[in-house]
Write a protein that binds this ligand. Structure first.
Ligand code: ATR
Length: 284
């Protein structure tokens, strides 16, 4: 019998998850069904209950329900606990296991697809919302030095205190009020600023030669990505970092890799992500 899965969100119509999981299933010979479900804003837990009653084996969870999913889970993985958010639920009898595969997916994309090992790197994580919380611990666990920055400084400070309680020392940067020439190897935009065609205030000097600029959004070139490309071009024109300018990444790789982690959590099988990513770039 086909095992049923779904992704729940609001909105959900443009989700690429059904396509990704169907490609994973075909490639690995797993017999699963996967659909996109729109839940009413106040109807997340009722939707999950219906799925469990109907024999579904699990679901992915996207905006705006990741915190609802965190609350509904009866067991949490360490990463879901640290992120205070859940993007993958696995149903097993009375147990609702909550996992968060976003951070692991991003680390895999950066280290494996971009061949950019994180150990010892200086990383600037911009944003202090759910997206940033979701990836901080896996980045630290990969051995990077983490610094935070956020438009609302207090939220960055709270985030730093939270990570401190988990045993990690992180710095908070505020380039507007404390200009300096601090450079980073990896700059991650985990803000939603791209949605409004804006970007966080960053000095051009923030990119170390050979840096990677990573935007968690996909489907468009954000002002942050454009800015990074321009700085890379400027570096090349100056003769600085010509051989190792600035790499620019969108969030499509993270999307596919987090899906692969979820697929593994459910099925115990690791799909090959490269052909799926190539296909998504073709249809995008
Ligand atoms: P998510 O769960 O996607 O992270 P969120 O919790 O609403 O969404 O957080 C959005 C993040 O994007 C916040 O860090 C927000 O900064 P504030 O804490 O100051 O609100 C950041 N953000 C949104 N629009 C931004 C913009 N135009 N410039 C800079 N930061 C922005």
């Amino acid at each position: 019998m086909t095992d049923k899965y779904a992704v729940i969100g609001n909105p959900i119509a443009h989700s690429k998850s059904p396509l990704i999981h169907r490609m994973f299933a075909e490639q690995t010979g797993q017999d699963i069904g996967y659909e996109a479900l729109l839940a009413p804003l106040d109807g997340f837990s009722a939707t999950v209950e219906r799925l469990r009653k109907d024999g579904y084996k699990g679901c992915n969870v996207t905006v705006p329900f990741k915190f609802d999913a965190f609350k509904i889970a009866t067991q949490l993985t360490e990463r879901a606990q640290a992120a205070q958010a859940v993007n993958t639920l696995k149903f097993d009898g009375n147990i609702i296991l909550g996992g968060n595969t976003d951070g692991a997916g991003m680390v895999r994309d950066i280290e494996h697809n971009f061949r950019f090992p994180l150990r010892g790197r200086q990383v600037l994580l911009i944003g202090a919302g759910g997206a940033a919380y979701g990836v901080a611990l896996p980045i630290l666990q990969a051995g990077a030095q983490l610094a935070l920055m956020n438009r609302t400084r207090e939220k960055a400070d709270q985030f730093a205190i939270y990570l401190g309680k988990l045993g990690h020392i992180v710095a908070v940067y505020d380039f507007l009020n404390e200009p300096g020439r601090k450079q980073f190897d990896l700059i991650i935009n985990a803000t939603s600023s791209g949605l409004s065609d804006e970007m966080p205030p960053l000095p051009a000097t923030v990119f170390a030669p050979g840096a990677l600029a990573y935007d968690m959004m996909y489907g468009r070139e954000t002002p942050f990505m454009k800015f990074a490309r321009e700085q890379g071009a400027a570096m090349a024109a100056d003769g600085i970092g010509v051989t190792d300018g600035i790499g620019v990444a969108d969030g499509l790789g993270m999307l596919v890799e987090q899906a692969a982690e979820a697929f593994y959590l459910w099925r115990g099988v690791r799909p090959d992500t490269a052909p799926v990513m190539a296909r998504l770039r073709e249809v995008a």
